[in-house]
Design a protein around this ligand. Sequence first.
Ligand code: ARG
Length: 453
Amino acid sequence: MAETPKEPAQAAEASKGIRKGRFEAGMDPLFAAFNSSVSFDKRLYAEDIAGSIAHASMLAAQGIIPAEDAAAIIRGLKDVRGDIESGKLAFSEELEDVHINVETALKEKIGAPAGRLHTARSRNDQVALDLRLYLVNRSRLVFEDLVTLIANIVDKAEGEIDVIMPGYTHLQRAQPVRFSHHFLAYGQMFKRDLERFQGALPRIAVSPLGSAALAGSTFPVDRRMAAQELGLAHVCANSMDAVSDRDFVVEFIFNAALTMTHLSRLAEELIIWSSTEFGFCTLPDAFCSGSSIMPQKKNPDACELVRGKTGRVYGDLMGILTTLKSLPLAYNKDLQEDKEPLFDALDTVRACLGIMGGLVPGIALNHERLAEAAADPSLAATDLADQLTREGTPFREAHERIGAMVRQGGTGEGLPSPEAMVEARNHEGGTARAGVLQQIAALREWLATAMPS
Ligand code: ARG
């Protein structure tokens, strides 16, 4: 979409639109540019138009505006949408925000009736509605990204079900585990992330329309009708809350931030595992970069960027929380600062989910190296202590005896095999083959119903 470059003098000129009446002097050009949000809120155009269509239908149905005018408004708004989508209509910085841009374009199309659209409405309930509708629509895309990533993790786990590797605590070798079990831990994290994004939806899909600036409207609005037309099951219960609540933005960004936390942990493990020191896997060429000076290098840039971008999403979360802190009711222009962190968090988490989803199938495990590491006799220490315990030694004493044996360089080599050790943990959530396969089956079953229809 083309965007008119910021031109302060022009912006000041155009700002006269909604200033007619109250103001004598024009805007300072610096302030006009400072005040303008269209460079980022233009993303909301489709939702802005959908909201206006629902509002106009409601106004006509309630006899608040003439039916012919509503029909002209709705037709005009659809034309404006067409013009935006075909690139015929460029947003103008001078018209402050997406709302004024759309309304101005409507006026150019249909003339005077356009002036009736804003009856019983303020940009305060309008922008809150737009943002909610936008998030309802975009949440679905995040669900899809997560479903794809989880499905790829499950496939990888199933394909490598017999691979055993050391499990770690404190990044020290601890006990043998199946690679699939380790990998599926991420499947579980992303499953919870998806559930969190979905769980937030009922608090997003609520209509603020009818709240107007803050106190509601003197016109006989039918708030439920407008909400229903937009597919929103509920209306905000308090008009002041409706225009000042951005909890749903915070929640969404938090959900993105926690998803990024999980992505960063996976990214970090892949970076470690693909190092020469570990040598547990090779990352796909398609997601790695070379060095401009060292010919031998293959760098895990995709994973590093995912790890790094986690910081910016945390920044988005701190940003929105700080913007909201101590804000008095109801709407304040500070709230215009809700959009950039939200859009950034949304774009970033989607990009990172896409990258990780694309990378996972191409991870090539180094089976020999993993088997060698899993055969480290020290990994058997717990199982040896368990064995002594089964033979009657109290566990604390068994722990001490095996510890002393390890200190003296003994290993208990050849006693339990890595295979036997992972199979011995044969309970729900454990490392045995049957349990891991059960985990895979359960995740697959959940995935099949994870997308709302
Ligand atoms: N661009 C504004 C925002 O994003 C729209 C609402 C403006 N409302 C107002 N009273 N100035 O918050």
